[in-house]
Design a protein around this ligand. Structure first.
Ligand code: F6P
Length: 554
């Protein structure tokens, strides 16, 4: 991997963008729409059943041209091709990054260190499919001869968020007998609440952990096994526990038969893993045909990302717009606002995907960066957000680019409710962009008949500055294929931004330190001697916790 010599901010295209920013930073979007009546046609793009409208952004043709110049100068296309070719672009772990291979239908061998990885991918998909058929048909039975009704995925991070988000998104496709559950939090309350609601005879546990060393997952897995053994016998574990991992020794040590273990490779990053065997819960829920549709949607986005020119490339466009705000407008966050009930876990899924990938301050060559990197990703169901945090987006002091995501055709037959929902999508992005001027607000207040004193008090409070950028993503319907398109779109957006910032987006050293310290603290919580080998705050908290633990709360 050739080291990039210059810093991002020394690149000619970055310098040109900085100059351009000074010229355009105060331009108003309503003015731009007035000058460019065809902005929607110019700045929107469709791929299969997914439409991206990016016209409500503070950009013009010059901005976009400069942004794409920068993408070329930073080598986005070259790095993309290396990723798809299986080069070891995760340089700190010397690994390829090939979640795209999991959804490839190509016959052309894909070599990682000399070995074609595609046959193993296909073989595991078939094993998963055969297992899913048995669970779904009822052929696979629990220890008392009953079909499985409840499936519990025990995992955390990428081994939880993807399966949970997808199972929720594709709820209308879930087998009617199956109820899906996700246990990630090590807080015993979560295990209690779930296990109390289950019947051991008809429950299947999937222990999903790439490393099979993750404390939270193994703790919950042991809790589930102990709970199961209150009703069943050791020899019946095989019918109720399966594992998904890259670590077969640890799976065997836990007591799961390797025949009931589903595998994937270390070149699948945790946050990119639901396309692999980590997606077993998804496959059980929606069946193998729907799972292949999910993969097919992602593959369609992969092909688009590889083949479309940068100027018409959806992930690149989203990446460059986010970059523009992050670098020059100093936006610190990116809001993800789904207006589809079933996409309600998408914001937390994308938090891990983006923030674990690009939340870094040292570049891939080990040099501290002198520019902002990954944004804070946050969000919530948009319609609920309107009644809580949208106030700040509209009138606060922060600059918050937002992505609105909605489905044109609902799964619900309540068309009128869907139209209400959609009217809010369109109205919110319009309001953010247009705002409401002092004159318009004065007129509105006058028309409402308020007295002049009230008018003067309210007038400044009711003005909306507007000029807040947003993208709108419309899916024809939330189908497996379209969900695949959407998730792969964000994956490649994150990848592209990582290249711009010269980061290794595929390691996550930042999660290690806290884990290591917790290992030291845990035995101290169970010891009796006074703890004094931390800082004063941590010592104080540990000692206070121990003193207070056994005293009943008042
Ligand atoms: O702590 C972060 C992390 O390593 C994530 O990257 C990963 O998705 C998660 O933990 C779970 O890891 P595992 O699948 O190995 O249990």
């Amino acid at each position: 991997m050739s080291a990039m010599k210059k810093s991002l901010t020394e690149y000619p295209a970055w310098i040109a963008l900085q100059q351009h920013f000074e010229q355009i930073k105060d331009h108003s979007m309503p003015q731009m729409f007035a000058e460019q009546p065809h902005r929607f046609e110019q700045y929107s793009l469709q791929l299969d059943d997914l439409l991206l409208d990016y016209s409500k952004n503070r950009v013009n043709d010059d901005t976009l041209k400069l942004l794409f110049n920068l993408a070329r100068e930073r080598g986005v296309e070259d790095m993309r091709d290396r990723m798809f070719a299986g080069e070891l672009i995760n340089n700190t772990e010397q690994r390829a990054v090939l979640h795209t291979a999991l959804r490839s239908s190509s016959d052309t061998p894909l070599l990682v260190e000399g070995e074609n990885v595609l046959p193993a991918v296909q073989a595991e998909l078939q094993r998963m499919g055969a297992f899913a058929d048995r669970i779904r048909s009822g052929e696979w039975q629990g220890f008392s001869g009953k079909a499985i009704t409840d499936i519990v995925n025990i995992g955390i991070g990428g081994s939880d968020l993807g399966p949970k988000m997808v199972c929720e998104a594709l709820t209308p496709y879930i087998h009617e007998r199956l109820h899906m559950h996700f246990l990630s939090n090590v807080d015993g309350a979560a295990a209690d609440q779930l296990l109390d609601s289950l019947n051991a005879e008809t429950t299947l546990f999937i222990i999903a952990s790439k490393t099979f060393t993750t404390q939270e997952t193994l703790t919950n897995a042991h809790a589930a096994r102990d709970w199961f053994l209150q009703t069943a016998e050791e020899g019946q574990i095989a019918q109720h526990f399966v594992a998904v991992s890259t670590n077969s020794e640890a799976v065997s040590a836990f007591g799961i038969d390797p025949q009931h273990m589903f595998v994937f490779s270390d070149w699948v990053g945790g946050r990119y893993s639901f396309w692999s065997a980590i997606g077993l819960s998804i496959m059980l829920a929606i069946g193998k045909q729907n799972f292949s549709q999910l993969l097919a949607g992602a593959q369609a986005m992969d092909q688009h990302f590889c083949n479309a020119p940068l100027e018409r490339n959806m992930p690149v466009i989203l990446a460059m717009l986010g970059f523009w705000y992050n670098q020059f407008f100093k936006a610190e966050t990116q809001a993800i606002l789904p207006y589809d009930f079933h996409l309600r876990y998408l914001p937390s899924y994308l938090q891990q995907a983006d923030m674990e990938s690009n939340g870094k301050s040292v570049d891939r060559n080990g040099r501290p960066v002198d520019y902002p990197t990954g944004p804070i990703i946050w969000g919530e169901s948009g319609i609920n957000g309107q009644h809580s945090f949208y106030q700040l987006i509209h009138q606060g002091t922060r600059f918050i680019p937002a992505d609105f995501i909605a489905s044109i055709q609902p799964h619900s037959s309540r068309q009128q409710q869907h139209d209400i929902l959609m009217s809010n999508v369109f109205a919110q992005s319009e309001a953010l962009m247009r705002g409401r001027s002092l004159e318009e607000t004065r007129q509105l207040l006058q028309d409402s008949g308020v007295d002049s004193a009230t008018l003067e008090i309210r007038l400044p409070q009711m003005v909306f500055a507007g000029n807040h950028p947003s993208n709108t993503l419309l899916l024809k319907k939330l189908t497996p294929f379209n969900l695949g398109l959407l998730v792969a779109l964000y994956e490649h957006k994150i990848f592209t931004q990582g290249v711009l910032w010269n980061l290794n987006s595929f390691d996550q050293w930042g999660v290690e330190l806290g884990k290591q310290l917790a290992k030291k603290v845990l035995p101290q919580l169970q010891a009796t001697d006074t703890i004094n080998d931390h800082d004063a705050s941590t010592n104080g908290l540990i000692n206070f916790y121990r003193r207070s633990r056994d005293i009943p709360a008042s």
